[in-house]
Design a protein around this ligand. Structure first.
Ligand SMILES: Cc1cc2nc3c(=O)[nH]c(=O)nc-3n(C[C@H](O)[C@H](O)[C@H](O)COP(=O)(O)OP(=O)(O)OC[C@H]3O[C@@H](n4cnc5c(N)ncnc54)[C@H](O)[C@@H]3O)c2cc1C
Length: 423
C-alpha cells in the first residue's frame, strides 16, 4: 500500500514529497536489502565491504537521512520534529533494523555537539554532517556484559547505589583520560562503528563524586585509537540487518576535552539521551506495526478459504481492525511525544518511556496477529511477516526492557506528582 492515510491536517507540502521519497527508498532499497541481510547465516557477511548493509548506509547518507534534524545552515536536512517523525516512520516501515543503524550512527556527533568545543566540532561533528558515503558511523556504547538494565535506571535510588558500578573506567593522566574495559555485544553498529559515544565510569578521588551508576561520564571515542578492538558480529534472532558487537578498550588515551559529560551532569544527560532514544524507538516501531498490518491486509484479500478471500470472514475482519487501531494509536502517541520532546525546553522522560513501551508492545502484538492471518505461511521464510515478527520481538528488550523502563517511568510520575523534578 503506497498511501497510508495521514490524519494530521495541514502537513506542509514539502513533507509529502519527503515522505514519498523516503517511502520509495524504504520500499525499493531498504526492505529488499534487509531481507537479503536477514537470510545471511554468518553475521560476518552482513558487514562485508560491499554488503547490502554498506550500500544502504551509503545511499542513506547520500540522501542526508543521517542528519535529517540538523539545520540546513550546518549541512543537515533541517527537518522539524514532525518532518523527522514522518521520515523515520517511513524508513522503519521499510526496515526497522536498517533504520536503527542509520539513527544510532549520529550518537557520537550529538554528544560532541553538547560540548560547544570548536575542536570537537571540527573533528567529530563536521565530518559526520558532511559525510555522504557512510565513512563516519557512530554507536551508543552503554551496555556492558554485567550491566544492562543497571545502566538505564536513571532517576531511581538503584542508580545511586554505590555497590553497582560500571566496568568501563576512565582515569585521569595529565591532560588525558585513559580508558579500559569492555562494552557488551549488544552495541548497535558495534563492529562497523568508527566512533563511539562511550558511557563509562570516571575514577575520582573526590569525596563529593556521585555514586554508583550515577557517577559516570560520556566520552566521544574514535575507534581507530591504539588499544581499541572489536568482537565478532553478534548472531541473533531478530533485526539481523542491524550489526551489533563488543568493543574492548585497553588503556585507550583520549584528550581531556573528549570527555563531554562528567559525573556532575551524567544522570541528567543519560535521562536526556534515553528520552530521545525511547522516542525514536516509538517512531521506528510504529513503522514496523504499519508494515505488519499492511502485509496482512494485502494477504487477507488474496488468500481464499471457504470459497472467499479470508478478509470476508468476520473474525479476520475483527483482527484487522484491532491491528489498524493499534497502528493509529502508535502513530498518534509517538508523534505527539516526539514533537513535544524535541520542541519543549523540558522534555519528558516518562512520556518517551510510555511511547517506547506502548509502541513496541503494540508492534509485537500487531506482528503476531499479522502472522496469524498468514496461517501456516506466516511461519515460512518465503513471506515477509516472519521477519517482522522477530524484529518486533527484539524491541521489547532493545533500549531497555519494557519492564525496567516502566519502573523508571513510574518513579518519574511519582516524583512529579510530589512536586519534585525527579526521584
Ligand atoms: C536489538 C537490540 C539493540 C540494542 N542496541 C544497543 C545499543 O545500541 N547500545 C547498547 O549499549 N545497548 C544496546 N542494547 C542493549 C539493551 O539496552 C539491553 O539489552 C537492555 O538494556 C537489557 O539489558 P540486558 O540485556 O543486560 O538484560 P538484564 O538487565 O540482564 O535483564 C534481564 C531481565 O531482568 C529484568 N530486570 C533487570 N533489572 C531489573 C530490575 N531492577 N527490576 C526488575 N526487573 C529487572 C529485565 O527486565 C529482564 O527481563 C540493545 C539490545 C537489543 C536487543
Amino acid at each position: 500500500m503506497d498511501t497510508y492515510r495521514e490524519l494530521s491536517i495541514g502537513i506542509p507540502k514539502e513533507y509529502e514529497s519527503i515522505r514519498a521519497t523516503a517511502h520509495r527508498f524504504a520500499k525499493e532499497v531498504m526492505r529488499p536489502a534487509a531481507i537479503e541481510l536477514d537470510r545471511m547465516a554468518d553475521p560476518q557477511d552482513v558487514i562485508a565491504p560491499n554488503s547490502p548493509l554498506r550500500q544502504v548506509m551509503k545511499k542513506a547518507y547520500g540522501l542526508g537521512y543521517h542528519v535529517a534534524g540538523i539545520p540546513v545552515a550546518l549541512g543537515g536536512l533541517g527537518l522539524d520534529p514532525l518532518g523527522s517523525h514522518i521520515l523515520h516512520e517511513e524508513l522503519a516501515w521499510g526496515s526497522v533494523d536498517l533504520s536503527i543503524a542509520i539513527g544510532v550512527a549520529g550518537f557520537p556527533a550529538m554528544i560532541a555537539g553538547l560540548s560547544g568545543n570548536p575542536d570537537l566540532y571540527e573533528t567529530i561533528m563536521k565530518p559526520f554532517i558532511e559525510d555522504r558515503e557512510a565513512k563516519f558511523i557512530g554507536c551508543w556504547a552503554i551496555t556492558e556484559p554485567n550491566h544492562g538494565s543497571d545502566q538505564l535506571m536513571v532517576g531511581t535510588p538503584e542508580f545511586h547505589d554505590p555497590k553497582v558500578k560500571g566496568e568501563v573506567v576512565a582515569r585521569t593522566e595529565g591532560d588525558s583520560y585513559v580508558i579500559s574495559g569492555q562494552k557488551a555485544a549488544w552495541v548497535s553498529n558495534g563492529t562497523i562503528a568508527t566512533h563511539a559515544a562511550l558511557y563509562l565510569r570516571i575514577e575520582s578521588g573526590s569525596p563529593n563524586a556521585a555514586t554508583g551508576m550515577s557517577g559516570g561520564g560520556v566520552a566521544v571515542v574514535p575507534l581507530n585509537l591504539p588499544g581499541v578492538s572489536k568482537g565478532k558480529p553478534l548472531n541473533k534472532m531478530g533485526q539481523r540487518a542491524l550489526n551489533q558487537g563488543e568493543i574492548f578498550f585497553e588503556n585507550v588515551r583520549i584528550p581531556r576535552h573528549y570527555m563531554v559529560v562528567n559525573s556532575d551532569t551524567y544522570e541528567q544527560q543519560t535521562m536526556a539521551t534515553l528520552t530521545m532514544a525511547n522516542g525514536g524507538m516509538s517512531t521506528a516501531f510504529t513503522g514496523l506495526a504499519r508494515a505488519a498490518y499492511e502485509v496482512a491486509l494485502d494477504y487477507s484479500k488474496e488468500r481464499i478459504q471457504g470459497g472467499r478471500p479470508i478478509c470476508e470472514h468476520q473474525l479476520v475482519q475483527k483482527r484487522l481492525f484491532e491491528m489498524f487501531t493499534k497502528v493509529e494509536a502508535c502513530r498518534a502517541l509517538s508523534r505527539a511525544v516526539t514533537v513535544y520532546n524535541s520542541s519543549s525546553g523540558a522534555p519528558s522522560l516518562q512520556h518517551a518511556i510510555a511511547a517506547k513501551t506502548f509502541c513496541t508492545q503494540a508492534s509485537f502484538e500487531v506482528a503476531n496477529d499479522a502472522l496469524q492471518i498468514f496461517g501456516g505461511n506466516g511461519l515460512s521464510k518465503e513471506y515477509p511477516i516472519e521477519k517482522l515478527f522477530r524484529d518486533a520481538r527484539a524491541s521489547l528488550i532493545e533500549d531497555g526492557t519494557n519492564e525496567v523502563l516502566s519502573l523508571a517511568g513510574a518513579r518519574h510520575i511519582l516524583a512529579e506528582s510530589d512536586g519534585h523534578g525527579h526521584a
